[in-house]
Structures are given as C-alpha cells and as structure tokens.
Write a protein that binds this ligand. Sequence first.
Ligand code: NAP
Length: 482
Amino acid sequence: MIKKRTKSIYIDGKWEDLDPSKLVTVYNPATLEPLTEVANGGGVETEKAIEAAAQAFPLWSSMPGRKRSTFLYKASQLMLEDAERLGEILTIEQGKPLKEAIGEVKGAAQFLLWYAEEAARSYGEWLPSSISGKRMLVIPKPVGVVGAITPWNFPSSMITRKLGPALAAGCTVVLKPSPETPLSAIEIIKIFEKAGMPAGVVNLVTGDAEAIGKEMLTNKKVSLITFTGSTAVGKYLMRESANQLKKVSLELGGHAPLIVFDDANLEKAATLALASKFRNNGQTCICANRLYVHESIAKEFTTLLKEKVDQLIVGNGLDDDTDLGPLISQAACEKVQKHLDDALGKGAHILSGGKQLDKNLNGYFCPPTVITNVTDDMIVMNEETFGPLFPIQTFTDEEAVIQKANDTDYGLAAYIFTENTSRTLRVSEKLDYGIVGVNDVFPAVPEAPFGGIKQSGNSKEGGHHGMEEFIEKKFVSIGIER
Ligand code: NAP
C-alpha cells in the first residue's frame, strides 16, 4: 500500500522531488517495520512554502466565502468516501485500532464540512455612532498566512480542525505535521489537491521541527502560528513569536480529572471512564488522567471498572478484536512505566492489568493498568501520563474534590458523573477547565469550542469560535456630509 519513498513536500500546488540525502523513515509502531521514507525538509523548504502561501493569499482571501466553501465541501466528501483506506493508513503509522482510525477520519471530514458551512458566515458589524456625521463598520479580515503545527496522536482530525477554519476564513496555510505520522497529512493534502484547491493555498513541509518552526517564527509573512502539542513546545513558540508580536493559537497538554459522585449511574460512569482513559490507548489530550470516586460507591464502581479493563485486548490495530494498539514510541512506554513504578513505590496497588503481554507483540505495547491506594504525591496524579495507566483515589467531600481537581497548572478538560442537576451546574461552574463533560467524555465536536485555559492553551478550535482565531477585525470610521 505504501511506497518505498513518498513525496511529502507540497509547495505552490506541486509535489517536490525527494532529496536522497535528506530522508527520514516512518515506522509502524505495532511491528517496528519501516513503512516508507519521507522528506526531511527544513528552513529552505519552509521559506519557499511561506512565499507560495503569501502569493496565494490575495486571490484566496478575496474570494467570496461561498466560493471558498465549495472546495471545503468537496474535500470533506472525498475524505468521507475514502475513510476506510485513510483509516488503514492512520492505523499503520499511528497504531490506534482501525475502527477508531476510521472514526477519526470521518470526524476529520466533519470539521471540513462544518467550516465549509461557516465560510459563508463571516459577519462584520455596523456600529451606531454617537456623533451624527460618522458611520462605523467592523470588517472581518483573514489574518494572513498561517503556520500550522500538528501532533501524532490524532494525525487526521488535528489537521482538519486547524485547516478547516483557517481556509474558511480566507487564510492560506503551511502545514508541518508530526514526523511519526506524515502519511495522514500527505493524504489530506492530496484530497485538497483533488478538490481543486488553487496552488499555494495549502502547502506541506515535513521534516526538522526546529528548523521549520524557526522559519515560521522569524518570517514576517507568517501572521499566525496555530499549534497543537505539548505545553513545553507551546511555551517556546509563544516566547519566540513575541519578537514579531505574531499571533499564536495554542492547544496544549491536559491532566483531566474524572469525578464519580455517589449519585452517578455507575454502569454508565464505568463504561465512559474506560472509554475516556483508554481511547487511543490513553494518548489523548482530554483523556481522564486521574479518577476520583466517592468513597461510598468506590467498591461497586471499581469492581465494574476492573471487569471491563480485564477484558481489553491489546494488539495490532489492524486486527478486528484489538481494543488497544501500541503506544507511539519506546519513550512513551518508558514514561508509563516510570509513572507506574513511582506509584507502586509509594504504596499504590494494582487493581487490573500491569501484566505481561503476548510475546509475539513486537511493537511499543504496554498493558492497560488500573491502580488504587493512590496518593497526591505520586507523579501520575500531577503529570500527563499519555498512556494506559489509570489511578483511582476516593473522596468524601464535594468541595475538597473540586479543589484537588483544580490543583494543577493544566486546564483542558474535566469530567463529572452525577444525576443531580444542582450538582451538575454547581461543580461545572467551579471546575477551572476549558471543557467540562457531564456524563459525557466525548466533547470534541465540530460545532463547539474546544480548548484549554491556564497552561493547557489560549485558543478555541471548533464552532464559529474556531474561525474567529483566524480573523482580524478591521474598524472603518467614516465621516459623512449631512
Ligand atoms: P510535541 O512534542 O509538542 O510535538 C507537537 C508538534 O510540534 C510536532 O509536529 C513536533 O515535531 C513539533 N515541534 C516540536 N518542537 C518544535 C519546535 N521547536 N518548533 C516547531 N515545532 C516543533 O507534542 P506531541 O508529543 O506530538 O503531542 C502530544 C502532546 O500534544 C500532549 O501533551 C497532548 O496533550 C497534546 N495535545 C493537545 C491537544 C489539544 O487539543 N489541546 C490535542 C492533541 C494533543 P517533532 O515531533 O519533530 O518534534
């Protein structure tokens, strides 16, 4: 399915030839087999791509939104029609089970569809003047050329969640995907190409993160950098973009608490806690990283959860019965092990998992593990694990558990399980998070604003809010004769 070498730099509507001295290998994390080689681009290629995006900007930004939307509609349709094949590519480069991968591709297409609809709805304002000889307009203007940097954990939807609103708003884009998962990015660019997108509107550069990032940061033709990834890299981009006062939209790491109150529907809570923690094998920015369960129902809840976790099947994502694929790298496995060893060393007990896996598995596999007897000083209760380790702590007091949930620099997503309406509102209001899921762990949808507060980010993706990131508001003040 995949060729020995794959062109991965797309500038001004053309795929660039590969330089044989500058190639990087892409591996399948489930088998450790090489899949293909792609370009290791850098500053030179990025500068060229930015120039192409800048040249394409006047045409694309002045096109009526309704016309821009036709390209996004077409791309969304093409993506949906090809979801099975694209899902397979996503699984072999990223590892997640095929059904999750196909689901991600279909979700990625939904972002394009949503922003195809929004493209025609970029409204300005008419302001009533307090001076009689004056008329005042606020005109929405696309910010300009956008540098988009994306991670490997959702290699398809993290791209369309940025490119959809950027293109709908009238911006042109240079995309730098993760080196672990360039193939999904290449497929998305091919879809835009097939949809007839004018040359230069979308450009792709794979390769050296530091060099590509540096060019995006220092090139004055880039007006905004939109980044999804770790908090550490997000802070670096924010610091460096200050030199030119570039806009930076950041979607960063999380450390989500999931709280199960004593009035919760326990079967629902256990099923959804499992879905939240183990989707994409715990490699999800909004996945529950720590679970707080009310002491009075802890035994019943943990029994239910254990039964479910014990049944999870770890394997190659292409196998039909696989629930959990591999992690992305050896370093990811080591991080999970470090968090587990630290917790066990401080007195945690294994409730489920932590056992040996099938010896025939050669990739970056790691068993799903649930631990109890967890204390606040354990690393797992303070840092994003990004893997299949689930710590459970009990609580008795609503205020105290809210305080614990908020006691972190992260502020992306939090979850509560309760059947009480007053508690739903009271606790949702008090949780310092950009997203609160109540009896729901799937809040990432095209129509709603997704994003963190505190050190989890400074922007929103999704909904009309997501498009506003890419729009400047220009004020036109007109003096008139009366
Ligand atoms: P990462 O290491 O920060 O990398 C993200 C992207 O940034 C990659 O393409 C990476 O390329 C690039 N990058 C790294 N250093 C750079 C630099 N100096 N200049 C420019 N680009 C640079 O994060 P990750 O490990 O891929 O992703 C996992 C993290 O993303 C987790 O913390 C997760 O919570 C977060 N995440 C957040 C959201 C959200 O919506 N809030 C969604 C998904 C994931 P290289 O790999 O080549 O360094």
